[in-house]
Design a protein around this ligand. Structure first.
Ligand code: SF4
Length: 235
């Protein structure tokens, strides 16, 4: 069975997942595409479920604006980049009005879906967006200033890849609009634009069922972060 068929079956199964009693469905997934680039978001907001796609609202508008500067429109990005997330269901609202941070159990439960995707795709470049997503591939990263704009090698589920982290594009966050965030974001986008996996996306549509060229080498699994708490989602 081709990796693409396995990925499609995985996404079909993922859509049926109801393992977290406090999470609010539906499960939000991206297009099942065999891409050398994987984006990891945090968790869908209240708008994404009804829209049926990740980053469907204002944060998405900002983020896709960043990628459009690098040559991929939102439509093409959704078609060529595999969009995963730390959690695939809406966690609900926190007392303060922001989105609830998924619990460590919810993150651990959903991480098996992410691990399966990494094993099927063997991405050469992973772009985690926001602190919760960054913690999945760089558990030791404690501040955005130490990771954004600084490409690193990391691993998950026995697969090694390059990581270029981005801040969360939420309108609630000012980090990427103020220094040093503004400069670090520009540097990170420059690193993505120069990465060979990203450049390969600009050249042609991925061939259906084709394994990503130059599959990444094996690396030890990283432990999942358990730093989340029941407050608002960190941006
Ligand atoms: S958050 Fe993930 S593990 Fe939990 S119900 Fe949704 S898809 Fe399943």
């Amino acid at each position: 069975m081709s990796a693409l068929v396995q990925l499609k079956r995985h996404v079909d199964r993922l859509k049926e997942c109801r393992d977290c009693p406090q999470m609010i469905g539906p499960v939000v997934t991206g297009t099942p595409v065999m891409s050398p680039v994987m984006l990891i978001g945090q968790a869908p907001g209240v708008r994404e479920g009804p829209a049926g796609k990740p980053f469907a609202w204002t944060a998405g508008k900002t983020m896709f604006g960043w990628f459009a500067q690098l040559g991929l429109s939102e439509e093409v990005f959704r078609r060529r980049v595999y969009m995963a997330a730390v959690c695939r269901c809406f966690p609900g609202k926190a007392k303060g009005g922001g989105d609830r941070v998924p619990s460590a159990d919810e993150i651990a439960r959903c991480s098996r879906h992410l691990a399966r995707e990494v094993q099927l795709l063997r991405p050469r470049l992973v772009i985690p967006v926001g602190k919760l997503a960054i913690a999945q591939v760089m558990p030791d990263a404690d501040q955005l200033v130490t990771v954004v704009g600084r490409p690193q090698r990391a691993g998950l589920a026995g697969v090694a890849f390059d990581v270029i982290a981005l801040p969360h594009p939420s309108g609630a966050s000012t980090w990427h609009r103020m220094e040093p965030g503004k400069t670090l974001l520009a540097r990170a986008l420059g690193e993505i634009a120069a990465h060979e996996a990203w450049r390969s996306l600009l050249e042609a549509e991925p061939r259906a069922g084709a394994a990503p060229a130059g599959a990444a080498s094996a690396a030890p699994s990283r432990s999942r972060s358990s730093r989340s708490s029941r407050s608002e989602v960190p941006r």
